[in-house]
Write a new protein. Structure first.
Length: 72
């Protein structure tokens, strides 16, 4: 289980969830006894096109904003 979580998460699933910043409440558990298993997390990642290390609601823009032009 993830530390402090009421959800049952397999160790492999927990590692993937941490890497992709996925919360247990976002994943449908299909494992035995209601466990979230690695395959559940992989399906969630694939379905939602998640990027490692970024929450889905974060901006995926990798471009920096241009600095304002200095007066000439």
């Amino acid at each position: 289980m993830l530390h402090g979580s009421k959800h049952k998460v397999s160790p492999a699933a927990g590692a993937w969830m941490r890497a992709y910043m996925v919360l247990p409440t976002e994943v449908k558990a299909t494992g035995p006894k209601g466990y979230i298993i690695k395959e559940d997390v992989m399906t969630h990642i694939s379905t939602n096109q998640l990027v490692k290390g970024q929450r889905k609601n974060q901006s995926h823009s990798s471009t920096k904003q241009a600095a304002p032009a200095s007066p000439a």
